[in-house]
Design a binder for this molecule. Structure first.
Ligand code: ADP
Ligand code: ASP
Ligand code: MG
Length: 439
């Protein structure tokens, strides 16, 4: 591929790129992202450097995005939680972003040791501009100019994932798993041919391969299905990374950093590819099953049933940037109503504080919470045209005496909230019931 870009290339509004001169580019341009276990210790970082060197030697222009070393972000989050469960999200960002800063510097050193020109980039240096939602910020714009120049000059940029800079000029992080989104955003900004997400499994599976050995590797999955799977808990890719890949048409491959094989070109990719629906020849009815343990159930009980209750409950939560997922309202004959909803476990303390502060307005009788729950979801584009997917799910769970607490659906997904102790049993049973088990 040869491409000539010049100063007259217009800047895009969301993910902008601009170059400082006219240059030609014939090499494949690849973004390689390495997750926590892939850079878990110095040996792993050396192995990653060797893998990057191989791609550079194969003639590719490479940008690398890294996560913190495995366990590091949890350790940093734990410090913030221990000092104060209701800590300032901007200070949390200042703390947790350090994990990626360390890895980017270490990998740049490891690459230089191998004779590969490299330098580290922090989010604010690129810059990766975000909105003001500290601890779960969204990327608003990336200027790919400096990174693009670095790559064409033969220097590998090693970018700290998960972080950017907010409108207040302070470090902002992108939510857990956010380095995937950094990688896709960088790939869009530097117009990469592909974004390779290296992790500890060799692709995207029909369910988490750590739950059942019968999980099957998927060669190609549509953006839409992967988006749905990620949004309901398949943490192999962060939801926003898939959203962005779909919008910016970035080809994303998920592959193992522990296997020997590295992709040479698009015709022999070892991992799973996330692509447009029309690039997939055979479409399964159900493509996968995901679960999320990061769920907390909140029941606001005995509320006088009148217009404005939902706004009074969910308005203050949205003002505090708390995402609410499943919602059920049930009203009794006595005119009192109950509102049950789920949030992420990390938002539970703040949700309780907000609900308690709103009690005089909402006038509820009782607030109950339960963090011992898991959400199981079945996803498949085939649901658009086939009935019976949900009933198979309910029957399979009923046959194992698993009680369904909350249900929610979308066009291509059915989710249920069940007791956490039933997670593995439910996933394995559903995997078999939908015919997903590997032969
Ligand atoms: P990284 O640190 O590389 O970002 P993650 O832990 O975030 O890695 O994501 C990889 C993990 O995602 C795997 O170890 C696997 O347990 C889990 N996972 C969940 N669902 C799936 C799935 N459908 N296919 C593959 N992996 C999955
Ligand atoms: N280090 C961050 C996390 O553990 C971001 C990432 O790994 O993608 O969530
Ligand atoms: Mg991850």
């Amino acid at each position: 591929m040869t491409e000539v870009v010049s100063l007259s290339v217009p800047c895009r509004t969301v993910f902008g790129w601009s170059y400082t001169g006219i240059m030609s580019r014939s090499a494949q341009r690849i973004v390689m992202k390495f997750g926590g276990t892939s850079v878990g210790d110095l040996d792993r970082i050396r192995a990653v450097a060797a893998r990057v060197k191989k791609q550079v030697e194969a003639g590719c222009e490479v940008a690398v995005v890294v996560s913190a070393m495995a366990g590091e972000t949890n350790r940093l989050v734990g410090f913030c939680q221990s000092l104060s469960p209701l800590h300032d999200p901007a200070e949390y960002d200042a703390v947790v972003a350090t994990g990626e800063q360390v890895t980017s510097g270490l990998l740049a050193i490891a690459l230089q040791n191998l004779g590969v020109k490299a330098r580290s980039w922090q989010g604010w240096q690129v810059p990766v501009e975000t909105d003001d939602a500290h601890s779960k910020a969204r990327i608003a714009r990336i200027d790919g100019a400096k990174l693009g120049l670095c790559m064409t000059e033969g220097v590998v940029p090693v970018i700290a994932g998960f972080q950017g800079v907010g409108p207040d000029g302070r470090i902002a992080t992108l939510g857990r798993g956010g380095s995937d989104t950094s990688a896709v955003a960088v790939a869009a900004a530097v117009k990469a041919d592909r974004c390779d997400i290296y992790t500890d499994v060799d692709g995207i599976y029909t369910t988490d391969p750590r739950i059942t050995s019968k999980a099957r590797k998927i060669d190609r999955i549509s953006y839409e299905e992967m988006l749905e799977l990620a949004s309901v808990g398949a943490k192999v890719l962060q939801t926003r990374s898939v959203e962005l890949a779909m919008k910016e048409k970035v080809r994303v491959q998920v592959l193992s950093s522990f296997a020997d094989d590295s992709p040479v070109d698009d015709s022999c990719l070892p991992g799973s590819l996330v692509v447009d629906e029309d690039e997939i020849v055979e479409q399964e009815l159900v493509s996968g099953i995901a679960y999320s343990r990061d769920e907390a159930k909140i029941s606001v009980r005995r509320i006088p049933d009148c217009p404005g209750i939902a706004a009074a409950i969910f308005g203050p939560l949205s003002d505090a940037n708390i995402n609410v997922d499943m919602i059920v309202q049930s009203t009794g004959e006595d005119g009192m109503t109950n509102m049950t909803f789920t949030t992420g476990k990390g938002d539970l303390e703040r949700t309780i504080a907000i609900m308690e502060a709103a009690r005089p307005t909402i006038q509820y009788g009782q607030l109950m919470t339960d963090s011992d729950v898991v959400k199981i979801s079945v996803v498949g584009i085939g649901m658009r045209s086939h009935a019976g997917i949900a009933s198979t799910m309910f029957k399979t769970l009923a046959d194992r005496a698993i009680n369904v607490q909350v249900i929610s659906t979308s066009e291509i997904k059915v989710s249920v909230l069940i007791g956490a102790e039933y997670a593995e049993l439910a996933i394995r049973a559903l995997h078999t019931a939908y015919g997903l088990d590997a032969a």
